[in-house]
Design a protein around this ligand. Structure first.
Ligand SMILES: [Zn+2]
Length: 355
């Protein structure tokens, strides 16, 4: 016996008591798939022929002690192709064996490429058989080579599918605080927080306040300059430089406004980890229980995606809500950042599915 299927045999044994209907069903599904492939080579036609033969007489693939009863000959496959009307002449002529040999190799390669798709389709239709292509090499004139499928039993097909999700009832997500790395300032902000009524906090607040007053003053200056612009060109110049100043100002100080309104915001770019593609460091205002004053903390939150469900592997990170959830921070899953989107509440550290 020569094995020519090139694929690995799993711990599952070859099934001896094959279920006739299941084999036929498998053949039907594989034939359907093969019909959908863009590949229209003769190798695919051979596969369709094999499927048709299997559908007609699944018993022929029952692994028998006498290998002469297993599988289909080149002649039979050629005739099947003829019946399907997809051209079996190649397998009925004088160089049929050569043609089969050549195309069988191509079919094996194709099968390997398509194996995941085939397995998916079969488990979606609750077929637990996993077919592999198999060739029984014959010897002598009375014992031609035979072709067909062999099967592995894939246990627990129902469990292996991605569980269907009730989209109206996706479980809530809970966030946990994640580790923060970075320079000393960032670590300090993360571990102790900046107590805004302390000395440093007050200094920080006065600088912020001074900058705010300066910003208002600049705006006022711009307004005055605009109203006194002697020519239209001057007006445009002042207008453009004003817009640039405002944009830069918003870039550097806009987060402060968001922090005050929302009590949590994405940290400015300068405080984000340098060599990371994901900017999910946040600045959070937390009230001090005793003094009812705020401390400024640098934090990160992550959660496990309730949809992907693999604990610890599919992290949900906090990101901006973009246009759809404008002005909000949302949790986005690594695997499907634009679909597995959750609300984010930094107080309860809970979120619900947003789609
Ligand atoms: Zn997910």
């Amino acid at each position: 016996m020569t094995e020519d299927n090139g694929s690995e045999q799993g711990p599952n044994q070859f099934e001896t008591g094959l279920d006739r209907d299941e084999v036929a069903n498998m053949a039907k599904l594989v034939a359907e798939l093969a019909k959908e492939w863009s590949d229209r080579t003769f190798a695919v036609k051979i596969l369709r022929g094999l499927c048709a033969l299997t559908l007609e007489s699944p018993d022929r693939l029952e692994p028998a002690p006498d290998s002469r009863h297993w599988g289909f000959t080149v002649l039979e496959i050629g005739e099947a192709l003829d019946r399907l009307g997809i051209g079996g002449a190649q397998l009925l002529g004088s160089d049929a064996q050569q043609s089969m040999k050549r195309n069988w190799r191509k079919l094996m390669e194709l099968w390997e490429r398509e194996a995941p798709t085939i397995a998916q389709r079969l488990s979606a239709r609750k077929v637990s058989l996993r077919p592999t292509l198999f060739r029984e090499i014959g010897g002598g004139s009375g014992n031609p080579s035979r072709f067909g499928f062999r099967f592995l039993r894939c246990e627990g097909v129902a469990n292996q599918q991605i569980p269907s999700i009730n989209w109206l009832d996706v479980p809530d997500i809970s966030y946990r605080q994640a580790d923060i790395s970075g320079n000393r300032l960032i670590r300090w902000l993360s571990d102790r927080g900046l107590y805004l009524s302390g000395r440093t906090g007050k200094a920080y607040l006065s600088v912020t306040y001074a900058l705010f007053v300066a910003g208002v003053f600049v705006l006022w200056l711009l307004f005055v300059a605009l109203t006194h612009a002697p020519t239209t060109l001057d007006f445009l110049k002042i207008f453009v430089s004003g817009a640039v100043i405002l944009t830069v100002g918003y870039f550097f100080f806009g987060w402060q406004a968001r922090l005050v309104t929302n009590r949590i915001t994405l940290a400015p770019v300068l405080l984000q980890p340098f060599a990371s593609s994901r900017n999910d460091y946040l600045l959070e205002l937390r009230p001090d229980q005793e003094t009812e004053r705020n401390s400024l903390y640098m934090v990160r939150y992550v959660g496990d995606c309730p949809i992907c469900g693999v604990k610890g592997h599919d992290k949900v990170h906090i990101e901006p809500g973009r246009r759809e959830f404008f002005g909000r921070l949302v949790g986005r899953c690594n695997r499907a950042p634009n679909e597995h989107v959750f609300s984010f509440d930094h107080v309860t550290r809970q979120g619900r599915f947003l789609r």
